[in-house]
Ligand binder design. Structure first.
Ligand SMILES: NC(=O)c1ccc[n+]([C@@H]2O[C@H](COP(=O)([O-])OP(=O)(O)OC[C@H]3O[C@@H](n4cnc5c(N)ncnc54)[C@H](OP(=O)(O)O)[C@@H]3O)[C@@H](O)[C@H]2O)c1
Length: 334
């Protein structure tokens, strides 16, 4: 297959490129060469997807059997790329997100849950997560309009694994590696379902190879793992004897720990980790055990120098804050 990846330098795009090469595909990546490095073996076309002339230059290098768009974040930019590629690419696979659902992150979701409607501007005070979902919903519309019947929308939940540039699992691994009393959030048996980046990449390639149409949630099965299994896997991976102190949800809220980012992945709505990905599973999505994701992420972290990103900079609480909360928790239990 001749495959084009819009992006291809970071976490998911890079993994898709690596697996596509391993499957014997001819891979072209299109990016600015600004924030990422390209894998050996790919054909590189430099350009900015916001610049129409760069897309004309890209289109002149076609055609392709499929494009996987990992870097489309705004509607106008996706409209530019779908417009430039509609005549020279057979199938468009767009990497979207569960944030497009109206019910995210509070309500349980299925493949058929209602999606947010797109508007160029959000309501006053819109959260960044809602803005992200609204804009991705607009991207989806742009794709299905230009590539009607020959496009797929993949909607992953939280993705973890080697090369993670958001920093969620690296934060936990780093914290547990430091040892001592670690604030473990909520209930140990709280079910979670992060999906490994390599499993998302394999599924994206399956969809591209088979030209599958439609939309697919891409998560591990509901109840795939628990928060305790995640943190225990971190302890095992980094060989730590850190003491996990489980602090309940209401206490964390009272102490104003920001959900999702304060202690990465902590959120106690019943819907957040209740995303049904039946359609993807029926189409071949398989998910490896979470401890494999954790171990391989730690292996990658040991071999690399982690650069702080805009996303990772907002994650976590300080050690001092953590110990203050633990002291208050101890005091409340005397
Ligand atoms: N992480 C999660 O938990 C999660 C969950 C759900 C969905 N997702 C989705 O998964 C995708 C993650 O993508 P990724 O970051 O791993 O992969 P990626 O596509 O490899 O990373 C972004 C790439 O786009 C390039 N790029 C950025 N702006 C560009 C522009 N204006 N023109 C051309 N190229 C540009 C960047 O390189 P240059 O800067 O060098 O141009 C980089 O190579 C996103 O669509 C995200 O919404 C992620």
């Amino acid at each position: 297959m001749r495959l084009l990846i819009l992006g291809g330098g970071h976490f998911l795009g890079r993994t898709i490129a690596a697996q596509a090469l391993a499957r014997g595909h001819q891979v072209t990546v299109f990016n600015r060469g600004k924030s990422s490095t390209d894998l050996p073996g790919v054909t590189v076309v430099r350009g900015d997807r916001s610049v129409p002339a760069d897309l004309v230059n890209l289109a002149a290098r076609g055609d392709w059997d499929a494009v996987v768009d990992t870097s489309g974040m705004t509607t106008d930019l996706v409209e530019l790329s779908t417009g430039a590629l509609a005549g020279i690419v057979d199938h468009y696979v767009f990497i979207s997100t569960v944030n497009v659902y109206q019910g995210w992150p509070v309500e349980p979701l299925t493949d058929d849950s209602p999606v947010r409607s797109y508007a160029p501007y959000g309501p006053p005070g819109e959260s960044s997560a809602d803005e992200y979902g609204r804009l991705k919903a607009g991207c989806e519309q742009a794709v299905t309009t230009a590539f009607a019947g020959r496009s797929a929308l993949l909607r992953p939940g939280v993705i973890l694994g080697p090369h993670e540039n958001v920093g969620r699992l690296p934060w936990w691994l780093t914290r547990i590696r430091e040892g001592g009393r670690v604030l473990a959030p909520g209930r140990p048996d709280w079910p979670i379902q992060p999906v490994d980046v390599r499993d998302v990449a394999a599924f994206a390639l399956d969809v591209a190879e088979q030209r599958l149409p439609g939309s697919y949630n891409v998560t591990a099965p509901i109840g795939h793992s628990t928060f305790e299994e995640l943190l225990d896997a971190c302890r095992t991976a980094v060989d730590s004897v850190a003491d996990l102190v489980w602090v309940d949800d209401a206490f964390l809220r009272r102490h104003r720990v920001p959900e999702w980012v304060g202690l990465p992945l902590w959120r106690d709505y019943s819907g957040t980790w209740h995303v049904d990905a039946a359609r993807a599973r029926a189409a071949g999505l398989t998910c490896r055990p979470l401890p494999d994701t954790v171990t391989d992420t730690w292996q990658w972290m040991r071999d690399t120098t982690l650069a702080e990103t805009e996303r990772s900079a907002e994650l976590g609480i300080t050690r001092r804050r953590e110990q203050e909360i633990l002291a208050a928790w101890d005091a409340a239990r005397i």
